[in-house]
Design a binder for this molecule. Structure first.
Ligand code: GAF
Length: 395
């Protein structure tokens, strides 16, 4: 694990006008268009997606934006407004997994995945800007991929549906970037809607928008970025995935989605102790997603706190993907008035979320900052997010 120093909490991002002007300055012509796609927060349903289970993420009001123009050759030139890499130039005909570096893996992975599907992606000039915090578990990489695939779907006239774009970006992540991730993050980024969470069945990609508005309940959703960096291409994510596959195999089911809470007693007799705990997390987490959806459909967000807490405990104790910084963020938020808190995303670092009454927000923020300082941890970034629209063309 590494600690990041940059403060992303207030990042504004370039306006479409600025991005267009910068593109023209760098590439000597106007872009064909501008597209954006959001990062995501997962409200609940962690490590359930690749087990063909349920997730409940939402798109956040932080986006990656790309300005893109088609070229007449097979060259791709890429530039971002952050980092110091300068323009990266590559030939699409020779694009292979393992050949790209840094942030360029994400757009190039999408181009590669589309070409693997037989879509004739031409050479491109591309300028990226993003205000999704990097490495914070808010899916900054999928935001880039989803902005790019939305642009390419328009520019090539490929006519891909959201489900196809989800699978193509998953292929980019799995086979080009090398991260064995599921379909949750890109589904949230592509299918998100203001004021809603996306209730997704990862077995068949059926989705329903569930109202999730904190404002009317006088709540805020705080994101606490612990600054502990994680990468899904590191071994932890893959090893959890392997445990789940082993558990399903021993239990004789296609995926852990096919087990219910009532099956856990039998599982405890058949599985080794560690695999059992991994399985118990996934099975109970699926159940918590369904309960959360029922509560959001009924009484509303102020009823879901205990489920968020139980989700965190399950990830900490059974799935073992939390870390001291995430636990401290969660515990301190709860002790100072949050009605529910949990780590969000793949784990091993990244961010926690704390569903907090408006009138306790400052107390929670101050307490978390102090607790991190007292523990000798890097200062966290703390900011609010709300459910926002999914990927779209903006100019
Ligand atoms: C990461 C992955 F990209 C998702 O597919 C999902 O598995 C998540 O971790 C854990 O819920 O964000």
């Amino acid at each position: 694990m590494t600690t990041r120093n940059q403060d992303n909490s207030q990042a504004a991002g370039a306006t479409p006008q600025d991005l267009g002007a910068r593109f023209e300055q760098e590439f000597g012509r106007a872009p064909d268009g501008l597209w954006q796609a959001p990062g995501r927060v997962n409200l609940i349903g962690e490590h359930t997606d690749y087990n063909e289970g349920f997730v409940l993420p939402f798109a956040i009001d932080r986006t990656a934006r790309v300005a893109v123009a088609v070229r007449q050759d097979a060259t791709m030139r890429l530039l971002s407004t952050y980092g110091d890499q300068g323009v990266v130039s590559t030939n699409l005909e020779t694009l292979q997994p393992g050949t790209a570096k840094g942030w360029t893996k994400y757009p190039l992975g999408v181009v590669w995945a589309l070409r693997q599907r037989g879509i004739d992606v031409p050479g491109l000039d591309l300028l990226l800007d993003s205000n999704v915090p990097l490495g914070a578990g808010l899916s900054s990489s999928h935001a880039i991929e989803c902005a790019v695939i939305t642009a390419l779907n328009d520019l090539t006239g490929a006519g891909l549906e959201a489900e196809d774009m989800v699978l193509a970006t998953q292929r980019a992540e799995n086979d080009f970037v090398g991260a064995p991730t599921g379909i949750m993050d890109q589904s949230a980024s592509l299918r998100g809607s203001q004021g809603h969470a996306v209730f997704l069945d990862c077995r068949d990609q059926t989705a329903r928008l569930v109202p999730f508005e904190t404002g009317p309940a006088r709540l805020v959703l705080l994101v606490i970025d612990t600054k502990v960096s994680h990468s899904h291409a590191d071994g932890g994510y893959a090893s959890r995935r392997a445990s789940c596959e082993l558990g399903a195999e021993v239990m004789g089911v296609k995926a852990l989605r096919d087990l219910e809470v009532a099956d856990l007693e039998e599982a405890s007799g058949l599985l080794d102790e560690v695999t059992f705990r991994r399985v118990r997390h996934v099975v109970t987490e699926n159940d918590r997603v369904l309960q959360t959806v029922d509560l959001l459909d009924g009484p509303g967000p102020d009823a879901i706190g205990p489920l968020l807490d139980a989700s965190h405990a399950s990830m900490r104790d059974d799935f073992e993907i939390s870390c001291p910084e995430l636990d401290l963020a969660v515990d301190t938020s709860r002790a100072n008035g949050a009605i529910g808190a949990r780590m969000t995303g793949g784990g091993f670092g990244g961010a926690a979320i704390a569903l907090t009454p408006l009138d306790a927000e400052q107390k929670v923020r101050d307490a978390v900052v102090k607790a991190f300082a007292d523990a000798g941890f890097a200062a966290p970034d703390i900011f609010t997010v709300s459910p926002a629209a999914g990927a779209m063309r903006i100019a």
